[in-house]
Each structure stands twice: as C-alpha cells, then as structure tokens.
Design a protein around this ligand. Structure first.
Ligand SMILES: Cc1cc2nc3c(=O)[nH]c(=O)nc-3n(C[C@H](O)[C@H](O)[C@H](O)COP(=O)(O)O)c2cc1C
Length: 740
C-alpha cells in the first residue's frame, strides 16, 4: 500500500514538484541575501522613536517605515509630490539606496506560488504540496519497512545504485521537505478558504484623540518603548491633521498612538492564532530565519534527483517484476508464486512459471515474499522461488518473510514447492530456500515436491524442475527461461605481486585497469576512454575463464576511486579460474562483471572495526583499511603460513600503521615455530576484543570456511560473559562474513 501511495502520485507530480522544488530552493536564498545586506542593531540598541526621528530628519515627507523580517528598513516617502521608497541605515536613518525588489525573485515567486497562472495555478501548487506530504509520509513508512523497523531509520543503508541514492537523499531531506510541504499546504488551504484565516489582530479605530500639538516624534513614549527589532511597520499621521494618529504594528501587537501625548489610544496584542500563522509563513519562506531558509532550500534541491531516481526505480521494478503480469488478486488466486530476490534475476524465472501456469488455465498471483498475505482463501498451489544472500541469508525482497509467515493462515489446504536459486561457490548453498521449505512444512502446509536447488541460474535445472511439477500436478509446464547474460567489461593486468610459492600456497595480488576494446572510432583514434564501473572494496568481481561461461567470484580489494581493480587470489589445486588468473602476465586481458555486495562493508561512524581474515581473505580487508581516511579505529587479525613467504600486503600494512589508518596489526603464522592460527591470536587478546565489542565494535570476517568457523567459536567464547553470541551480533549487523 505504501509503495502505491508513494509511486503513483510521485510519477504524476514529478514535473510540477521539480518546478516547485527548484523555485523554492532559489527563493530560499533570498532571506539570506537580504539578511547579509541588512544592518541589524542588537536588541535594546535602537528604539522605533530613535529610528523615526533620524528618518524624518532625512525624509521630511516620510509616510511609512517598514522593517522586513530579515532586518532591512524601508522608508516610503513623498517628495515634491512624487512617491519614493529607500532602504535606510537603521542607526543613522540615512539612505543606503533606492528600494527595488528584485524582479527576478518576484517572477520566481509567481512561478513557485501559481506556476505563473492565477487561482488555477495556485490550486495546483497547493495540491502538489499536499502530494508532497503524502510522499514524505509514505516514503518514510517504506524506508522503515526496508530497514526492519522505525528504530533503524538512521542506521547505515544497504543496497546500491538508484535505490541507495534515493533512500540516502530522502533520509537527509525528509524533515525539510515535510516542513515545506505541510506549511505550503496550510497556506494554500487558508488561501482557498478550506481553513479559516487568523483574525482579530487589529484593534478598532480610536473614537477620540487628544488633538493637542504634535510632540517631536523622538519623544513619543509608545515609540520609545518599542525596540526596532520588533517593528513591522509604522504609518505616520497625515501632516497637519491633528485628528490623525500613528499606526504601529509590531511582532507583539498593533495599536494607534496619539501624536501629542505619545500614548496608545488603542492596542491589541497579537492573538495566538495569528502568531501561529505567522510562524507557519516564516517556516515556509525562511523570512527572518535565513539559516532555516537555506536548510529548506538544500532539502528542496534533492527533489529533482529523488524524482529521477524514483522514476528509474519504478521503471526497473516494473520491468523486472512485471507486476502487470496478468495477476489474480489475493481473494481469487488458485496459485500463488512468491519471489525472494536481491537483484531480480529470480523474477525472470518466476515470470516464466507464471505465464506457463496461466496458459494452463490457473489464476496466478505472483508477488515478493515480503508481500505474503495473511491468507489466500482459494489457493491450492504455492510456489516459492528464492535466492540466498550473504551467508545463507534472505535476499532483500524476502527479509521479513519468516516474520510474516507466523501470521499466515493456511485456510485452503495449500500444497507447496520451494525452488532455491544459489551458487555452489558459497558455502551455504541455497540455505535460505532450505530454511523456507522447513518453515512452510512446520506451518502445516503439505509439500508438493521436496526443496529443489538451482546452481547459477541453470536453465536446464529449471526445466527439469518444471517437468517434475508437470508430473505431480498434471499442468503442462515447459519451463524455458534463459537469464540474460551479464554485461561484461574487459580488464588488462597492470601488475602482480606473488607470494607463498615456497610454502605451496601460491597467492597473488593482481591489479587490473579497464581495457579499451579498440573498436570503431575509439579504436581508430587514440586511446579511448574506458572507465571502471563503480565498486567498493568488499564487492565482488565475477571472472570468466576463457572458453567457460561460468564465472567465479573474487572479493575486491580496491574501490573504483583507486582507478584500479585489485584482487587477491589463491591458486587452487586444479582450479580452472584461479589457475588462469595465476598465469596472467602484465598486458593480458580478462573479462568480468561487478556484483555489488553492500552487506559486507564497515559501518560508518566512530565505533571500532575488527577485521579478521586468513590467506587471500585479506584482500577486501586491506581495501577497507586503505579507504580509512577518517582514521576510524581499525584492528586487523590476519593469519598466514610463513612471514618470509606469504605475508600479503606487508609493506602497505606497515604504512597504514604509520599513518594510523590501521590501529593495530596482529598476525599469526601456522608454518613457523609459533604454529598459530588467527583464532589463537584473537583468543590471546580476549579481554581487549571483549572491551572493543562492549564499545560497539563491528567485526568483519573474510576467508575460508574453516577459518570462519574457528573464529566464530572463539568470538562466541569471548561473548559468553556478555550474555550475547555471534548470531545476535549478526542480527544487529555487527558481525559480517565473506566466506568461501
Ligand atoms: C554477495 C552474494 C552473496 C551470495 N550468497 C549466497 C549464499 O550464501 N548461498 C548461495 O547459494 N548463493 C549465494 N549467492 C548467489 C545468489 O543467490 C545467486 O546468484 C542468485 O541466482 C541471485 O538471484 P537474485 O538476483 O534473484 O537475487 C550470493 C551472491 C552474491 C552476489
């Protein structure tokens, strides 16, 4: 529901909202500009009487003195029958220059208020402000759901690309946008009479005046008692009319002052409702609050980017999940397909299944696993297609599924089959699918087919699963989905550093730069401009060995900002891809693609980070340290075999210690006298490690599975007195693993 509330009005209103936001941002500068040119005396320094006296000396024909919310003082006068207006210095009453409101700002204001139209435009602007309120609220609800609850709204976000930019910007700007939108809506509602205007701020005209000889303006008590900074406007009496009076308006109230006695003839304090309205207008315009104006302006500037990224997210989601599939509704579906995905490839398989089931006459509903309803009253078949992420965990579109499942009622005797998508390169192959299968079974649903796993999106395995389902249900399903091949780019090896040859653990640090394909015009003219795609240390590069269409993932030790793509690769016995990489010479080329892995990153902030790795697992950890420009406390535990042979990144780590990007380095070597593993070093440092965890430290582990298990065991021992365990830290995002 929140998504619909967010995306439909968003798409419709994007263009109008962009105009409102950009004009709002421009207007937000105006109070700050005015303020920077204004002379503002300190409170108590200048009274209205003092100012009026000076002004009248300079402008004998003064009719009105006005003070703008930013502090500029304007005198309206008549001279030789001509009306004029000057900006004056409030300390001396002398002219600064003629008062000429900027025609550019006036035009921008008209565009902002009414799209340069009359009431129709104003109504549209008001409606847009209301839509913006809706978008801010629905967006905040969506974000809270995405991060797992309101408590986590400010925690570091996962994800990459448009999603990440959209959420980060929205989180930064939402309060400012909401404030502008709510105050704008209010102002519009008052303008069109939907809400009543504030009233009762003006006193009635005085019935009687003293009629005495006018006293010098600087001696009038009511004006002497009013500080200039509270002034809004002072209207002077008509010259030589003894029955006329001063009319004074201040922040606190309005009144009429006798020109002879200098006393108030009538006074009315500003009622609370007028004060509230006044504040609402100031909060919207930033008038008199120039710093707030600039903050609101900065927030408004995010709207064009939010609109573009929002539209792209909507479009990609629509294309990927094709929610426009001929979807049955929850009440009528006889077949339900639930999809768990991080990067949407699983949706491609789900779509094929959906279409084939629909062709076979079923009423099919396909949706994300996180959208599981409380019941599907008519459904007989449930298919769950899900990938696995992180260390055997749920992908993004299924991360609240298990919780939702607890509220699910199986009212129609559903039979289910789970199909897991994963990659055997990861130790917990299709683990989430297995967990979902077990959870559905334990909710009393009948298993149509045992959980099936598909390695690397194999079309062949998918087809075979379809054949089995055909046999079990009698529905003819010739499943044929063939995922689109990933876009690859070329890389050229720049240099390599080799380690571990003497101790039978050949490991190399390989650095690549983007390679030009040198085709077409670019190839003909000069070097071309190949660029690395965006990535961070901890992301993965998928590498294709020649003649093989199956990629292998390697964790990245550099980020694209470094200008090079760096990986650390251990040569596996009989390993096709690692063998190929180890045989490369500078100038040789490979093909790869980037797979983002935002779940494996150090958290921002000042809490300590404990990095733990062994062998080639040091790659991404070294990348994190290299990027530690803010000198975040970082502790590295790393295990190798022999310091003379496989001490990877030794010189770099020395430099990082020196310039404090790395706080402490602890190494363990297993093929020396010491015979120590990394977990032994952690165990020796148990007290220190516990203290760091008590301070909120985050732990990142990278390397082989056995090492990761050993480390987990030791950390669990360290945590015992704290009455927590690694699983709890994992749930809090404080224990991350990149294990292979
Ligand atoms: C960072 C990362 C972690 C992964 N972790 C696992 C895992 O633990 N187990 C597994 O079987 N597959 C794992 N995979 C493989 C994906 O599940 C597999 O590529 C799947 O087809 C992706 O489908 P999706 O794009 O719909 O999410 C991982 C992939 C990546 C990029």
């Amino acid at each position: 529901m929140w998504r619909k509330l967010h995306s439909i009005p968003g798409l419709f209103a994007a263009l109008f909202l962009i105009v409102l936001a950009i004009t709002g941002a421009i207007l937000s500068i105006s109070p700050a500009l005015e303020r920077s040119g204004a002379i503002v005396p300190v409170a108590g320094e200048v009274s209205v009487a003092h100012l009026a006296e000076r002004v009248v000396e300079q402008y004998p024909g003064t009719q009105q003195i006005e003070r703008s919310p930013s502090g500029a003082v304007i005198v309206y006068y008549s001279r030789d029958g001509q009306a004029g207006a000057d900006l004056v210095n409030p300390l001396t009453g002398k002219a600064i220059g003629p008062y000429q409101p900027s025609s550019f700002f006036r035009w921008v204001k008209d565009l902002h208020r009414a799209f340069l139209q009359d009431d129709g435009g104003r109504l549209m602007a008001g409606a847009m402000a209301l839509l913006m309120v809706l978008m801010c609220v629905s967006g905040t609800f969506m974000l809270s759901r995405r991060v797992g609850g309101w408590r986590f709204l400010i925690k570091p976000l996962k994800g990459a690309g448009d999603h990440r930019i959209h959420s980060e910007l929205a989180r930064f700007a939402v309060i400012g946008l909401l404030l502008s939108a709510m105050t704008g809506t209010y102002m519009s509602a008052v303008r069109f009479g939907v809400l009543p205007e504030a009233s009762g701020g003006e006193p009635s005209f005085p019935e009687e005046v003293s009629g005495g000889v006018p006293a010098p303006i600087g001696s009038l008590a009511a004006l002497k008692n009013t500080d200039l900074n509270n002034l809004r406007e002072l209207v002077l009496p008509y010259p030589d009319d003894l029955q006329d009076f001063f009319s004074l308006s201040t922040r606190q109230g309005s009144g009429f002052i006798d020109q002879s006695t200098g006393e108030y003839l009538k006074y009315q304090a500003t009622p609370t409702n007028s004060q509230i309205v006044d504040w609402i207008v100031r909060l919207h315009t930033g008038e008199g609050l120039w710093w707030l104006g600039l903050i609101l302006g900065a927030a408004a500037l995010t709207v064009p980017v939010l609109s573009i990224t929002g539209a792209r997210i909507w479009w990609l989601r629509r294309r990927a999940s094709r929610k426009t599939l001929d979807n049955a509704d929850e009440a009528n579906a006889d077949t339900v397909i639930l999809v768990g995905t991080e990067n949407n490839t699983t949706w491609g398989f789900a779509r094929d299944l959906h279409e084939k089931l629909a062709e076979a006459g079923r009423h099919v509903l396909s949706t994300d696993m996180n959208q599981l309803a409380e019941e599907y009253p008519r459904a007989e078949l449930l298919f769950v297609l899900t990938s696995t992420y992180g260390d055997g965990g749920a992908p993004a579109s299924a991360n609240t599924f298990m919780e939702r499942l607890r509220r699910f009622r199986n009212t129609s005797g559903l039979r289910f089959a789970v199909l897991g998508f994963g990659d055997r390169q990861f130790p917990r192959f299709c683990q989430f699918a297995v967990d979902v299968d077990e959870a559905l079974g334990s909710r009393g649903l009948e298993r149509l087919e045992k959980v099936t796993t598909i390695n690397r999106q194999s079309t062949d395995q998918f087809g075979k699963w379809g054949d089995r389902i055909t046999g079990l249900t009698g529905l003819s399903l010739a499943l044929t989905h063939n995922p689109t091949p990933t876009r690859r780019f070329d890389l050229e090896l720049v240099d390599r550093a080799d380690f571990g040859l003497e101790i039978q653990a050949p490991t190399s640090i390989l650095r690549f730069r983007p390679a030009d394909r040198k085709s077409g015009f670019r190839g003909l003219f000069g070097k071309g401009n190949a660029r690395l795609p965006d990535f961070e240390a901890g992301d993965l590069v998928g590498v294709f060995p020649p003649g093989d269409d199956t990629h292998r993932y390697y964790s990245l030790a550099s980020s694209s900002d470094d200008g090079l793509l760096e990986i650390c690769v251990r040569k596996q016995a009989g390993g096709l891809c690692s063998g190929f990489l180890h045989n490369l010479n500078p100038g040789d080329r490979i093909q790869g693609f980037i797979q983002h892995n935002p779940d494996f990153r150090p958290a921002p902030g000042s809490r300590p980070i404990i990095l733990i790795g062994a062998g080639a697992g040091i790659g991404p950890l070294a990348g994190f340290i290299r990027k530690n420009d803010s000198r975040h406390p970082m502790y590295l535990y790393w295990g190798g075999r022999n310091p003379q042979s496989d001490f990877l990144y030794k010189p770099e780590l020395g430099r990082y210690l020196e310039d404090q990007r790395l706080t402490r380095l602890n190494t363990a070597f297993s093929r020396t006298q010491e015979k120590a593993y990394v977990q032994d070093k952690i165990s020796e440092d148990a007290m220190d490690v516990r203290k760091l965890i008590e301070m909120g430290a985050q732990i990142l582990v990278c390397g082989g599975r056995d090492m990761a298990l050993g480390v987990k065991e030791v950390i669990n021992e360290i945590l015992t007195p704290m009455d927590i365990d690694v699983d709890k830290l994992k749930r809090e995002g404080r224990y991350l693993e990149d294990v292979y």
